[in-house]
Design a protein around this ligand. Structure first.
Ligand SMILES: *[C@@H]1O[C@H](CO)[C@@H](O)[C@H](O)[C@H]1NC(C)=O
Ligand SMILES: *[C@@H]1O[C@H](CO)[C@@H](O)[C@H](O)[C@H]1NC(C)=O
Ligand SMILES: *[C@@H]1O[C@H](CO)[C@@H](O)[C@H](O)[C@H]1NC(C)=O
Ligand SMILES: *[C@@H]1O[C@H](CO)[C@@H](O)[C@H](O)[C@H]1NC(C)=O
Ligand SMILES: *[C@@H]1O[C@H](CO)[C@@H](O)[C@H](O)[C@H]1NC(C)=O
Ligand SMILES: *[C@@H]1O[C@H](CO)[C@@H](O)[C@H](O)[C@H]1NC(C)=O
Length: 247
């Protein structure tokens, strides 16, 4: 994953949302973090693609909450739409259901005529496309959030500590059934860094680790924030100096 492919989220609303979440230490916001539409291909109103997309999203809405993951497709030949939705590993059925419900309606509002789109929340992720992306690492739709606060003390050691925690979590997540792991590392007495990594569950164990490791590689080694969030079409990585996830 080349640095040039990483898009910096400079969306103002997004940054404000993030700031508020950090300020409150909230971990279960229902507000979407970000959405992204594939603009190259559009469908027309009442077309077969639209019918298939409605069917797909309804199926995802019904099928995801019990296990936290569903992937499905609807339609035939050039009107086929492929989609998946994934709730974060620790999210219970009710919260997963609430998140997917919101995602289903907001993705349609956010990407009204696009043949592909994706939307991220803290609790869940949803993606659909007219091409079959299952099992393939999406290393194009990767977004790194701006730094809110820089590390001032010993940034090199902090970088080493953060990346060693995240690489360890990457190995753990790739072997976990939900392709998800959280953990913490005490870097100084009473100073801890918390990490979370996750993949969409269509990925193999091997591809999950490859996706997370490449995403960790995006973190700049000199201008390191005290917290950072990178979201992607196949995996997410986040660390903070406070516990931002439920056990
Ligand atoms: C699809 O729609 C977007 C937004 O309306 C537009 O910018 C884009 O050119 C369209 N794509 C094609 C292939 O028509
Ligand atoms: C999709 O395929 C159908 C027949 O299979 C054809 O009539 C239609 O024009 C195609 N649509 C596009 C956008 O290629
Ligand atoms: C579910 O959401 C509620 C309200 O946002 C929150 O208090 C609770 O901790 C969440 N539970 C889990 C398991 O995420
Ligand atoms: C963090 O440091 C970088 C490089 O020194 C600087 O460009 C950026 O504005 C700083 N960000 C904050 C939030 O202070
Ligand atoms: C943090 O990184 C420094 C520099 O590499 C290292 O000496 C220290 O042992 C690390 N701390 C932990 C808890 O891994
Ligand atoms: C940080 O990254 C730069 C450019 O990628 C590299 O030249 C430098 O050696 C790295 N520094 C450390 C401490 O890893």
């Amino acid at each position: 994953m080349a640095h040039s492919q990483v898009k910096l989220c400079l969306n103002y609303v997004l940054s404000i949302t993030l700031l508020i979440q950090i300020a409150l230490g909230a971990s279960n916001s229902i507000a979407p973090l970000f959405h992204f539409c594939f603009t190259s291909d559009n469908f027309t109103t009442d077309s077969p693609y639209q019918t298939n997309l409605n069917k797909l999203l309804t199926n995802l809405l019904l099928d995801t909450p019990p296990t936290g993951f569903s992937s499905s497709f609807a339609g035939q030949s050039n009107d086929t739409t492929f989609g998946l939705s994934n709730c974060r590993g620790t999210i219970n059925t009710a919260n997963c259901s609430a998140c997917i419900n919101d995602a289903t309606s907001l993705i349609r509002q956010g990407c009204p005529n696009n043949k592909g789109g994706m939307i991220w929340y803290d609790d869940c992720f949803m993606k659909y496309s007219n091409s079959n992306f299952f099992g393939t690492i999406d290393n194009e739709d990767v977004f790194i959030f701006p730094v809110e606060k820089n590390v001032t003390k010993n940034p090199e050691a902090f970088y080493q500590n953060v990346t060693s925690l995240l690489f360890q979590l990457s190995a753990e997540a790739s072997l976990a059934p939900k392709l998800f792991a959280t953990g913490e590392l005490e870097i100084e007495p009473s100073e801890k860094v918390f990490g979370l990594v996750e993949c969409t569950r269509d990925l193999s164990s091997f591809n999950c680790k490859a996706c997370i490791d490449a995403t960790i590689g995006i973190l700049p080694n000199n201008t390191l924030g005290t917290g950072r969030k990178i979201i992607g079409g196949s995996c997410n990585v986040r660390y903070e100096m406070f516990q931002f996830f439920n056990d």
